[in-house]
Design a protein around this ligand. Structure first.
Ligand code: BGO
Length: 275
């Protein structure tokens, strides 16, 4: 079976180092269609691939799947329209809260995600403790600790990605937002056209609530459905006294803080000696 992996992550999370470590010299560089953003693809080196034909597409480094930069649009179009078998989401474990913001969006796209918790060597060195099993359980996706620099965990990462790619069912995320927002997401899901597959509905519902320009332009809703979405948006904005995008961002960060609070013990504070 030929397997396609999308490699996603924030800028500076170690994606280039990881891509090079996985693919070695088997790389092809081009551009994403219609834009001057570099596209890199490669085949996973055979020792790690264990006989499978695995292609890795390196997505541009991004912080979010919003529609504001070319890099974000290229990444989300690839994930939503090209249907890779699995996303490897590279998370810089030394900067976990910021990196998990993208993770919470990737797991909504309906494409299975495996997290590579990268910079494991720095985590150990700095004495940061992460309950990986619990974090994996809370996020609902497998996590493999890696160091792209020291090339550790890479075979396990590819094994896990292949395993997940071969599973037919996608595990969708549990509740991330507060009750009222989750209820609105559920109702908007029911208004989406049948062209949107069940596993992608959550991502599109959130985007319709945010009034995401590209989604509104590309996915046509009936007049009545659009009015219902606008009504949900208005009620939530009034209740939270904020605009919808900020509400969603805040709630993602609150969710991340909650799960990081019970799974990550930050580095010990250095004691300063006063003289
Ligand atoms: C420099 N562990 C450690 N310790 N470092 C890592 C790891 C890891 O697992 N993975 C990556 N790095 P990119 P993006 C650098 O370049 O792959 C390091 O943006 C330096 N350079 O070596 O470029 C990696 O593609 C001088 O560090 O990330 C790189 O995602 C001093 O993380 C940086 C210190 O990796 C970003 C580091 C001249």
């Amino acid at each position: 079976m030929a397997i396609t992996i999308a490699l996603a992550g924030n800028p500076n999370c170690g994606k280039t180092t990881m891509f090079n470590a996985l693919t070695g010299a088997n790389q092809y560089v081009g551009n994403w269609p219609g834009v001057t953003v570099e596209k890199k693809e490669g085949k996973v080196k055979s020792k790690k691939a264990k006989g499978e034909e695995i292609t890795v597409t390196d997505l541009p480094g991004i912080y979010s799947l919003s529609p504001y930069t070319l890099e974000e649009v290229v990444s989300r179009d690839y994930v939503l329209n090209e249907n890779p078998d699995v996303i490897i989401d590279l998370v810089d474990a030394t900067n976990i809260e910021r990196n998990l913001y993208l993770t919470t969006q990737l797991i909504e796209t309906g494409v299975p995600v495996v997290i590579a918790l990268n910079m494991a060597d720095l985590v150990a060195k700095r004495g940061i403790k992460i309950d990986v099993k619990r974090l994996s359980m809370l996020l609902g996706c497998p996590i493999i600790e890696t160091s792209a620099l020291k090339q550790t965990g890479l075979t396990d990462l590819i094994d896990e990605a292949v395993k997940v790619a071969k599973q037919k069912e996608v595990k969708l995320p549990g509740e991330i937002f507060s009750k009222d927002l989750e209820a609105a997401v559920d109702e908007v899901k029911n208004l989406l056209p049948i062209s949107i597959s069940e596993d992608k509905k959550r991502w599109y519902a959130v985007k319709f609530l945010e009034n995401d320009s590209k989604v509104v332009e590309n996915v046509k809703l009936s007049g009545a459905a659009s009015a219902t979405v606008a009504d949900h948006r208005k009620k939530l904005e009034e209740k939270h006294d904020d605009d919808m995008e900020s509400i969603v961002t805040d709630e993602r960060y609150k969710y991340i803080q909650k799960i990081v609070g019970t799974t990550v013990q930050k580095e010990k504070q250095k004691l300063t000696t006063s003289d």
